[in-house]
Design a protein around this ligand. Structure first.
Ligand code: HEM
Length: 329
């Protein structure tokens, strides 16, 4: 666990999932929910700068942790010290002459394009042009999906060489669409409830998030199973390897999150949207707030496990060298 690469990966995954989750939340949940409230609603004016800050901080931390990841990979590729990495042209060689470097440059360009778009996309002005929202969603999905190239999903041949990376890209986008949208949702629920308009927004946001959540959870389960099949697809690979144990603990946390989400959807959301009892509505809002914070914490733990999984030899390959061992950086 003392490998600094694990920490660089964990921070990078978390920051990337945070910025992409914020973009998805603004387009698919917040702005549609804000539209329900009148022009003088307090909550949109309060939340828009908050969501902008989450997106900007996420993007800056993603770029900085990505730079740390690059330096650590350059160091391990060239087996040189940190000083040598900066004093010699090692970084330039890694950037221009390795697959990892080229992928890194592509993702850096995507991050710069997203930053340029944020100037307009994150402005406090209501109603953004459709092309700006579409471009933000596509660039955000590309930023998180392209992480698949640094993982264990690449390296297979034939059918596996297509299906596995494709599943991993969808897995990453679904992870951002669920775990990445939890923090902004928790903030909206925390700020809502003092007036009827904000309660209305909380209702609309919760229902929209929950519906999108079902699609994300289903995608995570299917694409996670594909990942598992190619990387730890046997009982012994799951039960007898470090990789398998990490993956099983990740799936256990995932199931805990799904259980909380089911309570939110089946019990608390109906109580939040009903109009009969204000006390029941406020109680449901309080519980949904608490549950979304718990889910953020469990989601962060899953991302930490993923950071370790990515540098651990896959369960199916532990102790045996295969023709196309899945390598990751
Ligand atoms: C909240 C739920 C989940 C989140 C946030 C999540 C997130 C992630 C992320 C960020 C990666 C890294 C992808 C890469 O480096 O290429 C990953 C990989 C993976 N995920 Fe998930 N995942 C979730 C649920 C699941 C589930 C339910 C399964 C199994 C059914 C699963 C199985 C895997 C496997 C096997 C990998 C490959 C790890 C590696 O070797 O690099 N995940 N996941």
């Amino acid at each position: 666990m003392d490998d600094p690469l694990i920490y660089a990966r964990a921070v990078h995954f978390a920051a990337t999932i945070t910025v992409v989750g914020a973009v998805f939340f603004i387009v698919f949940v917040a702005e549609p929910a804000f539209r329900r409230a009148g022009h003088d609603a307090r909550l949109p004016a309060l939340m828009r700068p908050c969501l902008a800050w989450i997106a900007w901080i996420g993007l800056v931390v993603a770029v900085l942790s990505g730079a740390a990841w690059l330096v650590l990979v350059a160091q391990s590729m060239s087996d040189s010290s940190l000083t040598e990495v900066f004093s010699q042209d090692i970084l330039w060689v890694v950037l221009t002459q390795t697959g990892f470097g080229r992928d890194w440059l592509e993702r850096f360009v995507i991050a710069c394009l997203l930053a340029a778009l944020f100037a307009c996309f994150l402005s406090a002005r209501r109603g953004k042009p459709l092309w700006i929202k579409t471009a933000a969603v596509v660039l955000a999905a590309a930023l998180v999906g392209s992480l698949a190239r640094a993982g264990h999903a690449v390296g297979g041949g034939g059918f596996e060489g297509i299906v596995h990376p494709a599943a991993d890209v969808l897995h990453l986008i679904a992870a951002a669409a669920w775990v990445g949208m939890l923090l902004p949702l928790a903030l909206v629920l925390a700020a809502a409830g003092r007036d009827a308009a904000s309660l209305d927004i909380a209702r609309a946001a919760t229902v929209r998030f929950s519906t999108l959540g079902i699609a994300s959870v289903a995608t995570l389960l299917v694409t996670g199973s594909v990942n598992t099949w190619y990387l730890a697809g046997s009982i012994s690979a799951l039960a007898d390897t470090d990789y398998g144990h990490l993956l099983l603990s990740k799936v256990a946390l995932f199931l805990a999150m799904v259980a909380i989400a089911a309570i939110n959807r089946l019990l608390l959301t109906p109580r939040l949207v009903q109009d009969d009892s204000v006390a029941a509505t406020r109680g449901a809002l309080r519980q949904l707030r608490r549950n979304s914070v718990i889910e953020v914490a469990v989601g962060a733990t899953i991302i930490a496990i993923v950071a370790v999984l990515g540098v651990t030899p896959p369960g199916l390959h532990e102790g045996m060298m295969t023709p196309h061992a899945h390598h990751s950086h």
